[in-house]
Write a protein that binds this ligand. Structure first.
Ligand SMILES: *[C@@H]1O[C@H](CO)[C@@H](O)[C@H](O)[C@H]1NC(C)=O
Ligand SMILES: *[C@@H]1O[C@H](CO)[C@@H](O)[C@H](O)[C@H]1NC(C)=O
Ligand SMILES: *[C@@H]1O[C@H](CO)[C@@H](O)[C@H](O)[C@H]1NC(C)=O
Length: 371
């Protein structure tokens, strides 16, 4: 049934209405009702991660497989797009769970039981950069269930993390899609397609047994370095398209999550407010120990690679400048937050009221649901 739904989803080019998924989900909920709520009180067994470079820990090794990435932790470039831990690592540590193994690095089936990270840098819900989209990442975990590597019972006791969406908007914005057809309706349709894509994947995870899911809302695009580089990282953008994308995406995602939590028995999704956490980091970073909130630590020396960190010239010398102490920067490179920024964001999600969308703190959610 879930494969069938995925096929519908793929064939319809992501335009299938989420109500369809909800119908499937409700059937599944009825079937599984006796099995719901059996997650242990001793914490989750493992973590399964889906999304983009904010959570990829080694699947898509691009420049992230070269220095200076990974230089602080784990001490070598393992495929994370910053100098240390990213959002997935910080959440795994909060949950006291093993770091999920990157899917493409799994060595045997038993390793999968300790957690798998399916995220791909550059991925989106829709096409994005042509990398393994969210729907394909869910196909991958589904295949592990079909092969009995993972069981629904195991997934029921596990926790999932989903962080995706920014690449969908970034690709479109760079193409200038909204400039050409700058119609309100079109913007709305695009956002709905992206958010419904996330919602459908959440329903599919539920069908595979997953009950506890941490979902992150959108990166604060207006202050993201790939947007602020035009002002040499001095001020956040006031571009109306960007602001609408962020606010509409977030409010629609909130609605979808609420509907899913209400309709799918035993499902507990918590929506962490990444947008708000980064508002704090960019605007009040000094209160959290940051000296430089807007300028990335690693910046490419323009030609021929733009401001991209990590390239060498033909003689093998770095084509980038690196700051002295990345922990004083919110941003590591021109796209990705530093480890210190992620740790602060996760601290806010976990311990401070108001950093999850319409929910308790992440810590309170964990104890309530035995994560
Ligand atoms: C699976 O692979 C991991 C990582 O290499 C290794 O530590 C573990 O011993 C292996 N388990 C089995 C059953 O082969
Ligand atoms: C706002 O951003 C969009 C997407 O990058 C762009 O197409 C548009 O030209 C920008 N609008 C203004 C007024 O700069
Ligand atoms: C750049 O040079 C360093 C030092 O020689 C080397 O370790 C690294 O692999 C090079 N990076 C790339 C992208 O080739």
């Amino acid at each position: 049934m879930w494969t069938e739904m995925a096929a519908v989803f793929r064939n319809s080019k992501f335009s299938v209405n989420v109500n369809l998924a909800l119908a499937y989900g409700t059937i599944a909920a009825t079937m599984l009702v006796g099995l719901a709520n059996i997650s242990g009180v001793d914490g989750a067994s493992a973590m399964y991660v889906f999304g983009d470079s904010y959570v990829d820990t080694g699947n898509f090794r691009d420049l992230s497989a070269f220095p200076p990435y990974g230089s602080i932790w784990p001490g070598y470039p393992a495929g994370r797009f910053n100098e240390g831990r990213n959002l997935a690592d910080c959440i795994a540590e909060l949950f006291d769970l093993p770091y999920p193994t990157p899917y493409l690095r799994l060595e045997n089936n038993s390793e999968a039981l300790r957690g798998v990270n399916f995220a791909r840098s550059g991925a989106g819900v829709t096409y994005a950069y042509g990398l393994t989209a969210l729907v394909s990442q869910v196909d991958e975990i589904e295949a592990l269930v079909e092969k009995h590597v993972l069981t629904k019972a195991h997934l029921r006791k596990s926790v999932a993390l989903v962080n995706i969406g920014v690449n969908d908007y970034h690709v479109r914005n760079r193409r200038g899609a909204f400039q050409e057809h700058d119609k309100e309706q079109e913007l709305h349709t695009t956002i709905t397609t992206i958010v419904d894509g996330i919602a459908l994947s959440l329903v599919r995870l539920y069908g595979l047994g997953v009950r506890n899911i941490v979902v992150s809302n959108l990166a604060l695009m207006a202050c993201a370095p790939f947007v602020t580089e035009v002002t040499t990282f001095t001020s956040c953008s006031r571009n109306a398209t960007l602001l609408t994308q962020t606010s509409l995406h977030n409010s629609l995602l909130q609605q979808r999550v609420k509907t899913l939590n209400r309709n799918l028995g035993g499902l507990h999704i918590i929506l962490v407010d990444q947008t708000k956490a980064f508002e704090v980091l960019f605007h009040h970073g000094s209160e959290h120990g940051f000296e430089n909130t807007m300028t990335p630590c690693c910046i490419g020396k323009a030609v021929p690679h733009g401001l991209v960190c990590g390239h060498n010239d033909t003689a093998g010398h770095p084509m980038y400048t690196l700051c002295e102490d990345p922990s004083k920067h919110v941003l590591f490179d021109t796209i990705h937050p530093s480890e210190a920024a992620w740790q602060t964001a996760v601290d806010l999600f976990a311990h401070v009221d108001g950093f999850t969308v319409g929910g308790p703190t992440l810590r309170a959610w964990m104890s309530k649901h035995g994560v």
